[in-house]
Design a protein around this ligand. Structure first.
Ligand SMILES: [Zn+2]
Length: 414
């Protein structure tokens, strides 16, 4: 198991101007150690060009790529700890919107959605008198044809820059307890839903997942793994591959999305995979979730081949059966502790639920678009009760298998 991220305190070079930020960083448990801290971002737009300027604690090497569908500029950077206030997310001129965060353990990415086709005129870091460094990207408008040319010139480099090492599950080493993979949704450059008060889905679900893992590990009956243990981006297909490589017996993806089209929807919902969605809201939700990789600037390839394989089909059918059983068990178990959605078990085609041989569910703990849900999701008491109920549901789901193991143990022990 990967050790919990530890702050390498002395390596953080606290500049006078950044002292407050550094103090806040050291205080926030679980924050990631990155040498470079970004404390501000601003956009300066004129009729001829748009400058996007980040204020950093140290100079960095940056590379820019043009990508399309939608038109974007991607900046690749070494690991940067973005401590930019949520309400100060810069936009204006050619910058329609942007997102930033960890893209891999040691790399950060800024994805800039363009308001129109643009080219990179300059990209440079320069020192400021107070010891901070400015990273400035200058964009100028171009014709669509010129932008398309830049995209194809950058394509190979961008593809190479987007390759990431696979995340490896800790080996089982003869541990034959049922393996549960907990998948905290989103992370890093993909914050997930952002509630009005600045609460990020990625943080809410990571905190929940950590509590759930602790509870399951305390019982001693399960091997528990997580697809991410910090605020880092993990591609949807990597999450599925991780569960399969880990030999997972159950995969539980944790989310707390926002349904702006349906603010009346609230309460906990458990989703299982199906080609046909059970309802329109579920289809919309799955389509949006499935966008996560593309939004982070990943080039996604349709991974699912139409392989006619009878054994695989049989396995998939059996797996879906188990997923349903667990979903029903979970809904029953959560009834007493959580406010359930009025249709608490729904179906849709989520990429993250596509492991054909691992029973998988996606749990929306609640919706950050619902004020009532936000209050619950961020309360310690609710998290304690909800993780306890979820762990109980897992115990019930695995009860037959755990009983077999106990019998086997009793028979072989002297
Ligand atoms: Zn989500």
């Amino acid at each position: 198991m990967r050790p919990a991220p530890v702050l390498a305190g002395p390596t953080i070079r606290c500049l006078a101007a950044l002292a407050l930020v550094c103090a806040a960083l050291v205080a926030s448990a679980g924050a990631r150690a990155a040498d470079v801290i970004a404390i501000a971002a601003r956009v300066e737009a004129s009729a001829v060009e748009t400058r996007l300027v980040f204020t950093l604690s140290a100079p960095v090497e940056a590379r820019a790529f043009s990508i399309d569908r939608p038109d974007r500029i991607v900046l690749d950077l070494p690991a940067v700890n973005f401590q930019i206030p949520a309400d100060a997310r810069a936009a204006g001129g050619l910058v329609a919107s942007m997102r930033y965060g960890l893209f891999a353990a040691d790399r950060s990415r800024v994805v800039i959605e363009l308001a129109g086709p643009a080219r990179v005129v300059a990209l440079a870091t320069e020192p400021r008198d107070d010891g901070a460094h400015l990273l400035a990207l200058t964009l100028a408008p171009v014709e669509a044809v010129a932008f398309a040319q830049a995209v194809s010139a950058d394509a190979a480099g961008f593809r190479a820059a987007s390759l990431r090492p696979a995340i490896e599950p800790a080996p089982a080493d003869g541990d034959d307890r049922p393996t549960i993979v907990i998948d905290p949704g989103h992370g890093g450059i993909d914050p997930g839903a952002v509630a009005r008060g600045g609460v990020h889905e990625a943080d809410v679900v990571l905190e929940f997942a950590r509590h759930l893992r602790r509870r399951l590990e305390e019982s001693g009956r399960f091997r528990v793994l997580m697809t991410r243990e910090e605020d880092v981006f993990v591609a949807l297909t990597e999450r599925v591959a991780f569960a399969r490589r880990a030999g997972a017996d159950l995969f539980v993806s944790i989310h707390a999305d926002s349904l702006s089209s349906a603010p009346q929807v609230s309460g906990l919902t458990v989703y299982t995979n199906a080609d046909e969605a059970s309802d329109r809201a579920s289809a919309t939700l799955a389509a949006r979730e499935n966008q996560a990789d593309a939004l982070a600037g990943l080039v996604t390839e349709e991974a699912r081949g139409e392989i006619a394989d009878i054994l695989r089909d049989l396995t998939e059918r059996e797996t879906r059966g188990y997923s349903h059983v667990f979903a029903t068990t979970l809904v029953g178990g959560m009834e007493s502790v959580a406010r359930l959605n009025k249709n608490p078990h729904r179906q849709a085609a989520f990429v993250v639920l596509r492991a054909y041989d691992v029973p998988s569910v996606l749990v929306e703990l609640g919706y950050l678009s619902s004020r009532r849900d936000i209050a619950l999701l961020t309360s310690d008491g609710w998290r304690e009760r909800a993780t306890a109920a979820m762990a109980d549901a897992m115990e019930r789901f695995f009860a037959p298998r755990l009983a077999d193991r106990a019998e086997y143990r009793a028979a072989v022990s002297p």
